[in-house]
Design a binder for this molecule. Structure first.
Ligand code: GLC
Length: 645
């Protein structure tokens, strides 16, 4: 809604010279006036306006204006050219990597762009590169300076150069903003420790256990093994500090508007580095309230909506990814609800589907996968998923118990089976992984392990079993294919393109040995990766097939995420089948999750309209004749098909 007071307020802060309302700055000015009322309403919702908060709202307007003014002409130009929904494109494929473990540092990473581009990757998610204490870093997610690149990786200049190089090569850049907490070594935390009142209010700090005890009554533990409870006693200042994750990660207090303003300013700092997708780390946790789990609270959504509106005004080319790894019904809400539907996060991790793929691979049965789809398919138009099989984190079996029960299994026994299967203790399991963050009270646990090891490659290599090596490669490719075509931006995890198995060296490293997630964060050995150029090596088989999958995806416009998919009726519970339907193109994607051949009636294809007599499988590059209803397509174990009709 138009708000004349805000209009005047904005006019009053515009720069006296150099700002051209009727010319080059007109679009920004229009966006600012048009969104000001929404921004104000969201702000008021969080911080009922009193005199002091009125001042901080003025600061907020100034931060937005400064962000725009500091944006380079090149980025402003890019903002103009970018289609509003550019991130739905089927032409984007991402890879997530640790700069130091992949290529040493930011400047040498520039020399590796050829390698990732050859694979078909044109979006890089750099794991956190900002300053973070070496042995208390949580892989970079404990930031001690949001604006200084850690020396381990190089300098801010190196990051800027890399961004420019990537931009010249039409590649997109994704980095994190760690919104929920800072390192205990951050200047704010240091000042708070020294008793500075202002910074004390940036965190949740208490002189005794009374409030912490109240909070902890309802707060689940995130790392029950390595970092139990949600508060840490800090002797330096004789205070209990909220630390939901590790004890060196201090939770920021967003009930203090100053915290939001500082972090918004950091968000714009990243936007103006040329970031295309900003990964908002752990947004589910950013608002805390006694008596709740302190996760997914309505105010957390209000903050995200507010950030989105501000970004839309000043740096509209940057999309927001919410890393909410929560229950299926809760994830969907990060796309926005009510009047903010599709106006909160543009992208979210499809953590539910990721975990369900692993479920189906272990059981050979897709019932639970289907039982969860009614939630996943609520994704609104204009938003998309990060679609993935593995990332730097563990696999959490985050889907609901009722979905398991509905499929005819006992939830407790089923989860127990999956944990045993992937940690390799189940008698017939070929997987090699480990449990992560076992909760001694509930026995809840997540799973660590690389894509290849969880698919059986590590064991097969150890046993020198050629047959099992081939089967595990087939599983790896089926898992990747399933996630590449299901909708959303495929995000590979570095190393998976050549089948890195678990690396157990973390067990001997200080600052890592307590965290089994390090087993699937490889140190790249370029001699191994180069084997992807030699025929018949494991690396070549996985690399070339992954590359082929990416190139097929780029050719098929129907895979762009403009529309949610349609699941095929499960005529065979071992076969996951979905239809990507467009105006001119239909793509039937089929995946046999079982270790046995599976028979699928040709009728399955016909339930969704006419199917031509012959359909083309992009994977095998071959036509198939569609059989009669009583005839079957026979899928080999772990086979997949990408049929265009
Ligand atoms: C996110 C990151 C994870 C980290 C946590 C705390 O979930 O992906 O690696 O441990 O946030 O920052």
């Amino acid at each position: 809604m138009y708000n004349s007071t805000l209009h005047q307020q904005i006019n009053s802060i515009l720069p006296r010279s150099g700002f051209d309302i009727n010319g080059k700055d007109n679009l920004f000015y229009a966006r600012f006036i048009a969104n000001a009322d929404a921004i104000h309403a969201l702000y008021k919702n969080l911080y009922a306006v009193n005199k002091k908060n009125n001042d901080s709202f003025k600061q907020l307007l100034q931060i937005i204006l400064d962000a725009y003014i500091n944006r380079s002409t090149a980025l402003k130009q890019k903002d103009k050219l970018k289609d509003e929904h550019w991130f739905l494109s089927n032409e984007i494929t991402g890879m997530s990597l640790y700069v130091d473990r992949f290529s040493d540092n930011l400047s040498t990473l520039g020399n590796k762009l050829g390698y990732v581009k050859n694979l078909g990757v044109n979006l890089l998610h750099l794991m956190p590169v900002f300053q973070s204490p070496k042995d208390e870093s949580d892989g970079g997610y404990a930031v001690s300076d949001f604006r200084k690149v850690d020396e381990r990786f190089g300098s801010l200049e190196d990051l800027k150069n890399l961004q420019e190089k990537m931009s010249d090569e039409n590649m997109h850049l994704m980095i994190d903003i760690v919104l929920n907490h800072t390192s205990h070594k951050h200047a704010w935390a240091e000042k708070a420790k020294q008793g500075d009142k202002k910074y004390h209010h940036y965190y949740y700090m208490y002189g005794d256990r009374q409030v912490p005890d109240e909070f902890e009554k309802n707060m689940p533990e995130i790392f029950p093994e390595g970092a139990p409870r949600s508060f840490t006693y800090v002797p330096d200042c004789d205070k209990w500090v909220m630390t939901v994750f590790h004890n060196y990660q201090w939770d920021l207090n967003y009930a203090n508007p100053q915290v939001l303003l500082e972090m918004l300013d950091n968000i714009f700092f990243y936007a103006n580095l040329g970031v295309d997708i900003l990964r908002i780390d752990a947004p589910a946790f950013i608002w805390k309230q006694i008596g709740t789990t302190c996760q997914n609270l309505p105010q957390a959504h209000t903050i995200l909506c507010l950030i989105k509106q501000c970004v839309l005004v000043a740096t509209p080319g940057m999309a927001l990814l919410g890393e909410a790894i929560v229950a299926p019904a809760a994830i969907i809400k990060y796309f926005g609800t009510g009047e903010y539907t599709a106006k909160e996060c543009d992208v979210a991790y499809n953590a539910t589907q990721m975990a369900l793929q692993w479920d189906a691979l272990a059981t050979g049965n897709i019932k639970i996968m289907l039982a969860a789809q009614h939630e996943i398919l609520k994704k609104p138009f204009g938003t998309t998923w990060i679609s993935y099989t593995r990332c730097h984190d563990d696999i959490g079996l985050g889907y609901d118990d009722y979905m398991i029960e509905q499929s005819g299994f006992n939830a407790y026994a089923h989860r127990k089976f999956l944990k045993e299967y992937y940690s390799g203790t189940y008698y017939s399991s070929p997987a090699k992984g480990a449990l992560f963050s076992v909760n001694p009270k509930t026995q809840d646990a997540r799973i660590s392990g690389s894509l290849a090891s969880l698919c059986g490659l590590e064991k097969a290599i150890e046993e020198n079993n050629e047959h099992d090596i081939e089967i595990s490669i087939q599983k790896i490719l089926m898992m990747q294919a399933h996630s590449f075509f299901i909708g959303g931006i495929p995000m590979l995890f570095y190393g998976d393109e050549v089948g890195y198995t678990n690396d157990y060296s973390y067990l001997n490293e200080e600052g890592k040995s307590y965290d089994s997630r390090w087993m699937h964060r490889p140190m790249i050995d370029w001699e191994k990766n180069i084997r992807s150029e030699t025929d018949e090596t494991i690396e070549q088989k996985i690399f070339s097939s992954t590359k082929k999958l990416i190139s097929i995806r780029k050719k098929l416009a129907v895979v762009a995420d403009h529309k949610n998919l349609i699941w095929l009726t499960p005529h065979n519970i071992h076969v996951a089948g979905y239809l990507r339907n467009g105006e001119k193109q239909n793509l039937y994607c089929l995946f046999n999750f079982s270790d046995q051949p599976a028979f699928l009636t040709w009728y399955a294809f016909k339930e969704h309209g006419n199917v031509p007599e012959r359909i083309y499988d992009h994977w095998r590059e071959q036509y198939f004749s569609v059989g009669k209803d009583n005839e079957h397509l026979i899928l080999e174990p772990y086979a997949f098909y990408l049929f265009e009709a």
